[in-house]
Design a protein around this ligand. Sequence first.
Ligand SMILES: Cc1cc2nc3c(=O)[nH]c(=O)nc-3n(C[C@H](O)[C@H](O)[C@H](O)COP(=O)(O)O)c2cc1C
Length: 182
Amino acid sequence: MAHIVGLTGSLRKASLNKSLLKNAALFLPESYTYTYADLSDLPLYNQDLEENLPEEVKQFAELCKSADGFLISTPEYNGMITGVLKNALDWVSRKNIGAPLATKPVAVMGATPGPGGTVRAQMNLRQLIFALDMDPVNRPELKLSHATMKFDDDGRITDFATLQVLEQLMGKFVDKVERSKE
Ligand SMILES: Cc1cc2nc3c(=O)[nH]c(=O)nc-3n(C[C@H](O)[C@H](O)[C@H](O)COP(=O)(O)O)c2cc1C
């Protein structure tokens, strides 16, 4: 049993990265629970607000505390992760709200409509994961390029090569989560 939290840096309804996360969560064992973290109501980080934390931040921090591991699907904006994702991770990086990400397993992935597959944003995200002292799956890297052509109408991935990489990534992630609970 484990609880996994999914994050993406896109607030868009039809987000490719939200769809990728949903597909990733299908590879979790049945005994696991999964929660998608909606980041749309998180305020911009402001150290002054730490004295009296906004309710949305408290709820997000509690959700992260309850997690045994994280799935992060990052969009790429101008070669980097999005402000939405950075803002959320900055909030929960803070020691005075319990630093609920530190040491926890994380699987990274990302989707773009173009050819890049978020390769630059994922490098950027891995730097941040290092700063947050999280425990990433290093390989395989899941860089979903030309993503609009790789989902069916129900949002399921149809591309066999992508599904194979996703299965490998999730297998290694689940191993890490299991080991972290020993
Ligand atoms: C401000 C902005 C910057 C972008 N920069 C990049 C980029 O550097 N590389 C890239 O591959 N796509 C870039 N895109 C296109 C995104 O990959 C595309 O909008 C994608 O669908 C966003 O992810 P989502 O579908 O999960 O919302 C950019 C889009 C926006 C809005």
